[in-house]
Design a protein around this ligand. Structure first.
Ligand SMILES: NC(=O)c1ccc[n+]([C@@H]2O[C@H](COP(=O)([O-])OP(=O)(O)OC[C@H]3O[C@@H](n4cnc5c(N)ncnc54)[C@H](O)[C@@H]3O)[C@@H](O)[C@H]2O)c1
Length: 335
């Protein structure tokens, strides 16, 4: 299935960035968001996304699609091949929005939800055609980071999951199907574990927010970006590899290091502490400025990874390389 017409329901941080990815990949997008400033906010996201996409690749880019703001969910979805719901993370709201999508969308439309952790079985529960609904959980900024976790609910068809893979691959993404439907899927489970531990380290005055960020970004953050966890630890085991690594470091698991299951209370004192340390660390930059710094750095990583292994590419860089080849081939075929 080739996607041509898309719909973005919700145009906040995530919905605006989905719309940008669609449009920059040559797809038309109708967007609905009742927020009075939605057009300005989406416009700013679109500017940053266009800037990042221009930096990312010299390959011949698709002619941008048309972005149209519409006045209702029904109008947005009526002729869409791919619908992406990105409204706030509340189950009742998501269910209501998906019922509205359900009544107006073409039978063949794919209906993805950006939810970070709600179960697709619950979101699709009140739909008439729930087989076409699934979770497509992206990572911010959606217009640059390629991963999308695909999660089917009890009523999602396998055909839908297959078609969703094709649709997100078409727009340069890396869809990965999560084998079991669990709360928060895989990525957010990992992030939540790190976040809980980080809250304790700040609360207990072990480090500041800036020191914690530096500990990540001067070390294992860079390892994770290019090899993840298991491949990195395989190397850490030396020539004897993974088994040796587990034998050596396995016993530490039973040491009382972690407070993971004991969650710190997010009381006013802890929130004030984190917010004021974060202001001291980053308050000199506006959010849009921080987004641009982040985007330039992500583009740089992906380009370095695209040139890894003598230009063959590695990880997210290999995906970028393949995407560029497809763009070049399209121009060659069209010309
Ligand atoms: N922020 C992230 O990093 C992130 C990452 C991945 C997934 N998500 C998920 O994406 C979804 C959206 O999160 P966000 O961060 O963009 O939130 P957000 O608050 O920035 O945006 C939500 C938008 O939805 C709009 N909205 C509210 N009701 C609506 C309706 N009935 N129809 C259409 N639009 C409506 C709001 O006006 C708002 O602009 C959530 O499910 C969240 O879990 C967020």
């Amino acid at each position: 299935m080739i996607v041509k017409q898309t719909a973005a329901i919700g145009g906040g941080v995530i919905g605006g960035a989905w719309a940008a990815r669609f449009v920059l990949n040559g797809l038309d997008c109708k967007i609905f968001d009742p927020h009075p400033d939605a057009q300005r906010i989406v416009g700013e996201v679109m500017d940053n996304a266009t800037r990042a996409f221009d930096l990312l690749t010299d390959a011949p880019k698709p002619t941008p699609g048309l972005l149209t703001f519409v006045d209702s969910i029904e109008e947005a979805v009526e002729d869409a091949d791919l619908i992406q719901e990105s409204v706030p993370e509340r189950l009742e709201l998501k269910q209501k929005v998906h019922m509205q999508i359900d009544t107006a969308a073409p039978e063949s439309a794919l209906v993805g939800s950006s939810t970070s952790g709600l179960l697709p079985t619950d979101i699709q529960a009140k739909m008439m055609a729930p087989d076409r609904m699934f979770v497509a959980h992206p990572y911010n900024p959606v217009y640059l980071l390629p991963l999308v976790e695909i999660v089917g609910g009890a009523q999602t068809s396998t055909e839908t999951i297959d078609r969703a893979h094709g649709a997100y691959t078409q727009i340069g993404m890396k869809p990965i199907t999560i084998r079991k439907e669990i709360d928060a899927f895989v990525g957010d489970r990992l992030l939540e574990a790190v976040w809980r531990e980080a809250l304790w380290l700040i609360k207990d005055n072990v480090c500041t927010t800036e020191e914690l960020d530096n500990i990540m970004r001067y070390s294992f953050g860079m390892r994770w970006a290019q090899m993840g966890l298991f491949e990195t630890y395989r190397i850490a085991g030396g020539e004897a590899g993974m088994r040796h690594f587990i034998e050596q470091f396995g016993p530490t698991l039973s040491m009382p290091w972690t407070k993971l299951m004991n969650v710190p209370e997010l009381d006013d004192a802890l929130i004030d502490k984190i917010a004021s340390q974060s202001d001291a660390q980053s308050g000199m930059h506006s959010i849009r400025e921080l987004e641009q710094i982040r985007d330039e750095n992500l583009v740089g990583f992906m380009q370095v990874l695209a040139n890894s292994r003598g230009g063959e590419g590695w990880g997210a860089g290999k995906l970028l390389k393949d995407y560029e080849m497809r763009l070049k081939a399209k121009v060659a075929n069209d010309g």
